[in-house]
Design a protein around this ligand. Structure first.
Ligand SMILES: [Zn+2]
Length: 292
């Protein structure tokens, strides 16, 4: 009787301890950020400046004396213990020639600076469907591609449906087909809103610039890294609190996205900011280390 009582007590004590300790341990394991390093890769500069009306909403009226900024083109590498994750993929050589980009380097050249090949990339997070972010996608046959469902739908359905978008190339036919092909090849993983793709590597859907426009937040022990993509083009969008002027979605969402980025209180990396190359540690030609 005595020993069975002791057994019952031991059973309940261990059950309670298990109930408390195990979930806490699981939460701790879940929350441990796994990013080891984050890099910005500048694969080109635009050959011409970005008009003020595009850089800032109604820019010439609000900032009449400021020159048109000249955009740089980026994608990003996040390294974990097991994964090489690209955030966007930039443009391939044909598109770079067509758009007359200057200082252009193709993916194999930029990745080689990390000792990587395109086949070494296991994961790609696409922030949105514009050519300067997505064109080289067909070079990454081994990667799982994470994209917001609304971004995907705009690229393969809502965009091509309308004559204006077909005419302007937003979305571009090649990229629309590349996305469908990737889906048939089981590469695409559609995301519906905000998600944590890996421990401490999250996406937030902000919309605005493009349907399903997402930003990537990399948690660190210190401030989070915020890869803002084209939710903000330049640091001055944040400093002036002034939204970009180019959007397929709504101005309201662009402004809300700007506010979301501010509230994250992290290290922000804007989508087309030349100063990114000065603010962070250079480790190779056209490559800076954002973290650690
Ligand atoms: Zn862009």
């Amino acid at each position: 009787m005595k020993s069975s009582k002791r057994f019952v007590r031991a059973f309940f004590v261990s059950a309670i301890v298990g109930l408390i300790v195990l979930p806490v341990a699981l939460i701790a394991a879940e929350q441990e950020p796994i990013a080891k390093s984050v890099f910005a890769i500048k694969y080109a500069d635009d050959s011409k400046p970005m008009p003020m009306y595009a850089a800032f909403w109604m820019g010439p009226r609000f900032f009449p004396n400021e020159p048109d900024p000249r955009p740089s083109m980026y994608y990003y590498l996040i390294k974990t213990e097991k994964e090489n994750i690209l955030v966007d993929v930039g443009a391939g050589p044909e598109m770079a020639a067509q758009k007359k980009l200057s200082n252009y380097f193709p993916p194999e050249v930029m990745l080689n600076r990390f000792g990587l090949k395109t086949s070494d990339i296991q994961t790609i997070i696409i922030t949105h469907g514009h050519w300067d972010h997505i064109d080289a996608l067909d070079q990454y046959k081994n990667a799982k591609i994470y994209i917001q469902r609304s971004c995907y739908r705009f690229m393969v359905e809502e965009g091509p449906e309308l004559a204006f978008f077909r005419k302007t190339g937003y979305p571009n036919k090649k990229h629309s087909f590349a996305m469908l092909t990737a889906m048939w090849d089981n590469q695409v993983r559609l995301i519906g809103g905000d998600a944590e793709l890996f421990p401490g590597i999250k996406v937030i859907e902000v919309d605005g610039h493009h349907p399903g426009q997402q930003i990537v937040v990399v948690e660190t022990k210190d401030k989070p890294i915020v890869l803002a993509s084209d939710a903000v083009y330049y640091y001055s969008n944040l400093e002036k609190g002034h939204p970009i002027g180019m959007y397929l979605g709504s101005l309201r969402d662009v402004i809300k996205g700007l506010e979301t980025i501010r509230q994250l209180n992290g290290v922000v990396v804007p989508g087309h900011e030349p100063k990114v190359m000065e603010r962070f540690k250079p480790i190779d030609k056209e490559v800076v280390q954002i973290f650690p």
